[in-house]
Design a protein around this ligand. Structure first.
Ligand SMILES: Nc1ncnc2c1ncn2[C@@H]1O[C@H](COP(=O)(O)OP(=O)(O)OP(=O)(O)O)[C@@H](O)[C@H]1O
Ligand SMILES: [Mg+2]
Length: 454
């Protein structure tokens, strides 16, 4: 009688599942490191300008991973469990965990060096190449330590319950290896890398879309990298990275004083940049003044509306079009604003200062729309308004998106802002601490606790 094949005992399968997941991840990371080596070789030996799109996809991937696990060894379940059973391994585990934190900053440096190197090619190549080599070496060491020390010790010391706990941590802790939702994101990022890798290097050879086409197709509209800014001696933003794709609503939430308004002012060019970069449609804004930014389509509705109180509603609206000059076209737009916001037509001759808070918010938005924004920056549009009007404001934001305007929405009203958003960021004391799709942020423990009061 032949025996039916039995499924492996669960005790072996949990352990094997964890280890094979880690090893598979290492292999795939190792291939990406090999790819970086080849790209570096092309750059140094074959004098090829670096492929910015491909490099940044690789950086996105590694950085995403580092951010998911950054923190102490306590947050990586495998490290925590092993550390408890093997105190002599703890220093190594701490070091490895710390590597994720450092790695994140290193990637930002690499991005800066890459940008510089691409702008002034071949100047800056050496710096970039050097930093890249150090980075890949560190990452390879990390992998070797995990495979050479961490896994063998864990294999010896962890129990089946431990291994099961590691597997079952899943999405609860954003674990990049065992969280299924998180794994999805990595699959997508890796797919991008493979797509952009040239065929001769074993990839699919996708050509990056030209910038204009990319914007129309939902490509990157605004990219902020490593942004720092200060008020006098006091740094308010400590290296912020944010990306806004064309056609998206991106929400930024955060407590009082986190730096949300500062960030918007920096994008508008009203607050100077200490370091880092802001690019709009791939063009660096460093030397573009605030007025020119408005003319290019970056328009802000400031916190607290800030309408011109002593001017009429109509004059406020017309002033919104100041970068365009007064023309028949502006008159048409005025008409469109009045149909969008009938209350403004009714109050057109009133002084803006006579309007209620909700009416002033409509005016502030109407004024911004007169400038024909492509990227609309909204700073807490719902602040201090009644629920009925807040709802109306969020409806208008949705409508604007449908009209093709990309929106960066700063809100304290986190649940509504995130429900509306394609993607979102959480800013805490000048740093982005969480990012993800609107839905992810709504279900993120930390966000729920700190910003949704749950
Ligand atoms: N003009 C200024 N001069 C000096 N410090 C400032 C100035 N404006 C803001 N700050 C400081 O910079 C930090 C960020 O402030 P910011 O107004 O950007 O925060 P915010 O997230 O918009 O907060 P809020 O929710 O209150 O609007 C705070 O510590 C604030 O005190
Ligand atoms: Mg603010």
């Amino acid at each position: 009688m032949t025996e039916q094949p039995t499924t492996a005992a669960p005790e072996t399968s949990y352990r094997q599942r964890v280890i094979s997941t880690i090893v598979r991840e290492h292999q795939s990371l190792w291939r990406i490191l090999d790819l970086l080596d080849q790209l570096q070789h092309d750059m140094n030996i074959n004098e090829q300008q670096p492929d910015g799109a491909l490099f940044s996809k690789v950086f996105d991937y590694i950085q995403h991973f580092a951010r998911r696990v950054r923190g102490s060894a306590e947050e990586i379940v495998l490290y925590r469990l092993l550390g408890e059973k093997s105190p002599e391994t703890r220093p190594l585990l701490d070091k490895l965990a710390h590597g994720y934190v450092i790695g994140d900053g290193k990637i930002n440096e690499l991005r800066d060096l890459l940008a510089r190197c691409m702008q002034h090619w071949p100047e800056g190549r050496e710096d970039f190449s050097h930093a890249l080599a150090r980075f890949t070496e560190a990452l390879r060491k990390h992998i070797k330590k995990e495979e050479g020390v961490v896994i063998p010790r864990a294999r010896q010391l962890l129990t089946e319950d431990d291994w099961r706990l590691i597997v079952e941590t899943r999405d609860q802790a954003n674990d990049p290896l065992f969280g299924e939702r998180v794994r999805e994101e990595f699959r997508e990022l890796r797919h991008h890398i493979v797509s952009y890798t040239p065929e001769r290097l074993g990839g699919l050879g996708l050509q990056p879309a030209p910038q204009a086409a990319a914007a129309a197709a939902g490509g990157e509209l605004l990219a902020i990298q490593g942004l720092k800014t200060s008020y006098g001696q006091i740094e308010a933003l400590h290296g912020v990275d944010i990306r806004i794709n064309s056609g998206e609503i991106v929400s930024l939430v955060g407590a009082n004083g986190a730096g949300k308004s500062t960030l918007l002012m920096t994008i508008s060019g009203l607050q100077p940049t200490d370091s880092g970069s802001i690019t709009f449609e791939g063009k660096d804004l460093a030397k573009v003044g605030a007025d020119q930014r408005v003319a290019q389509g970056i328009v802000q509705v400031p916190e607290g509306r800030q309408v011109f109180k002593d001017l009429s509603v109509e004059d406020n609206l017309v002033l919104g079009a100041y970068t365009r000059g007064r023309s028949a076209e502006v008159n048409d737009d005025l008409e469109r604003m009045y149909s969008k916001f009938p209350i403004l037509r009714q109050k057109r001759r009133n002084l803006a200062g006579e309007l209620s808070g909700g009416q002033q918010q409509m005016l502030a938005m109407g004024r911004a729309l007169m400038a024909k924004p492509r990227l609309l920056l909204l700073d807490e549009p719902s602040m201090g308004l009644a629920p009925l009007i807040i709802e109306e404001i969020f409806n208008i934001v949705k409508e604007l998106k449908e009209e093709g305007i990309t929106i960066f929405l700063v809100e304290q009203n986190a649940s509504q802002a995130l429900a509306l958003a394609d993607r979102g960021y959480v800013l805490e004391t000048g740093r982005v601490v969480v990012e993800g799709t609107g839905r992810e942020l709504l279900s993120n423990e930390k966000v729920r606790e700190a910003y949704l009061g749950m």
